[in-house]
Design a binder for this molecule. Structure first.
Ligand SMILES: Nc1ncnc2c1ncn2[C@@H]1O[C@H](COP(=O)(O)OP(=O)(O)OP(=O)(O)O)[C@@H](O)[C@H]1O
Ligand SMILES: [Mg+2]
Length: 416
């Protein structure tokens, strides 16, 4: 529209110029008795062009004037949005400061739920802006971490070990479920099976095949190799189970175990990960020691069943993690129910001064889906263990966040 008007104006100027150039002598007479005015044709054209330009400018000025209240309103909305944003940040900071920073003890017991946080933010906003009818809050995963993988050239924000003192209490099940649950919340997750002698992760997640080995080049021309993890519903999985046949035994001495784990961790092409969950073998501290020497772990989740004999071993696992300087994120009670009882792990956690992360009921659905290699389906179907597992995963993430607030990550030097 504007271009058309400019063209019209240019056309008028061109006509006027042409008339002047042609020295046109014609006249127009306005006759209103007894008055009479003679206009030369040149003058008429000039008058027309000038009045056109004047009207155009006047219209534009009017349009700008009419637009002014809109602009003021837009500006006010922007101001309000900015204020809302800062009120939200204030609310969050307030919550986090109140819950986490005040004391370490408070930090350990505070596992803030999404609903609590959302309610607090909503309250703050509604106090600051009473005329706002509805406040919608969306949570997304923006995971912070120690970036512990940076020490060995990995881009992994948090490495979490899942261990126990006793075999068969459900470590692998909890490790795989934790990985799927964190992925369910939107995080990028990897799952490493550190149980070299009895790898069960490939079976649980239904992953098979031989990992490919790829060659890469550094900018200065050196070549290095990386193992491609196997994908299981978006999870990056690595396990000794991919390297040996299902019934083939792995017979190694300690140093070879150390070497294999180092390779799994450092030479797997994990890419960018928010969490790497490590499924630990039962018992001894060998693997934990190797891990803690390699990366700075976000912490360990200790799994145990509720009965007394199992709890004794859980205590040993906790002191083993303490010895190799891996922080304890907390304890999970697995197989809670009529068979093994309930509450033993919570009491043990309290007695040992570690957080309790939640309980998983004993339910055949876990065994069935695990046997079918579809443990991830726990989160895509309705069942009684889905919510307890999601709660445990969010508690683990909260514990890591609380730990980070208390001991912020140090910058790491990346090497290849
Ligand atoms: N909450 C539960 N309800 C029912 N079955 C369960 C539950 N948790 C684990 N299981 C089942 O218990 C068995 C052992 O679990 P899992 O292999 O995860 O234990 P583990 O501690 O990793 O064992 P290992 O020490 O041999 O590595 C599996 O068959 C699994 O499906
Ligand atoms: Mg296992």
């Amino acid at each position: 529209m504007r271009a058309a008007l400019w063209l019209l104006a240019l056309f008028g100027v061109a006509v006027a110029a042409a008339l002047f150039a042609g020295n046109n002598q014609g006249t127009i007479t306005l006759y209103w008795p007894p008055y009479r005015i003679d206009f030369s044709l040149n003058m008429v054209v000039l008058l027309l062009v000038t009045s056109f330009v004047t009207v155009y400018a006047a219209l534009r000025a009017l349009a700008a004037l009419l637009e002014l209240p809109h602009q003021a309103r837009r500006w006010r909305v922007q101001q309000k949005e900015r204020a809302m944003h800062s009120a939200m940040l204030d609310a969050l900071t307030h919550m986090l400061a109140g819950r986490f920073i005040r004391s370490r003890k408070a930090a350990l017991s505070a596992l803030v739920k999404e609903e609590t946080l959302a309610a607090a933010v909503r309250r703050e906003i509604q106090v600051a802006f009473p005329d706002i009818a509805e406040v919608r809050i969306t949570f997304t995963a923006d995971v912070k971490g120690k970036n512990s993988g940076g020490n060995v050239g990995l881009k992994i924000k948090n490495v979490i070990a899942v261990g126990s003192g006793k075999g068969g209490v459900g470590k692998s099940t909890v490790a795989a479920s934790l990985a799927y649950a964190l992925q369910h919340f939107g995080a990028k997750v990897g799952l490493m099976d550190a149980d070299v002698y009895g790898p069960s992760i490939p079976h649980l997640v239904g992953a098979q095949g031989q990992p490919a080995i790829r060659q890469f080049q550094t900018p200065d021309g050196r070549t290095f190799e990386r193992i491609e993890p196997i994908l299981a519903d978006g999870l990056k999985v690595m396990s000794m189970g991919f390297m040996v046949g299902a019934d083939q035994a792995v017979i190694w001495r300690g140093p070879m175990l150390h070497k294999a784990l180092t390779q799994f961790m450092q030479q797997t092409d994990w890419g960018d990960l928010d969490y790497l969950i490590v499924d630990m073998p039962p018992g001894t501290g060998d693997v934990a020691l190797t891990l803690s020497q390699m990366v700075s772990l976000a912490g360990a989740v200790v799994v145990c069943t509720p009965q007394q004999v199992a709890l004794l071993d859980a205590g040993k696992a906790i002191s083993m993690f303490h010895t190799v300087k891996i922080p304890i994120l907390g304890m999970v009670e697995n197989m809670t129910g009529e068979i093994f009882g309930r509450g033993g792990a919570k009491a043990k956690a309290q007695a040992m001064g570690v957080p309790f992360l939640g309980e998983i009921p004993i339910d055949p659905i876990i065994r069935i889906l695990g046997d079918e290699g579809r443990i991830g389906a726990l989160f895509t179907t309705e069942n009684s263990v889905k919510q307890p597992l999601l709660d445990i995963a969010s508690n683990v993430a909260m514990r890591i966040a609380a730990e980070l607030l208390e001991n912020p990550a140090l910058p790491t030097l990346e090497i290849l």
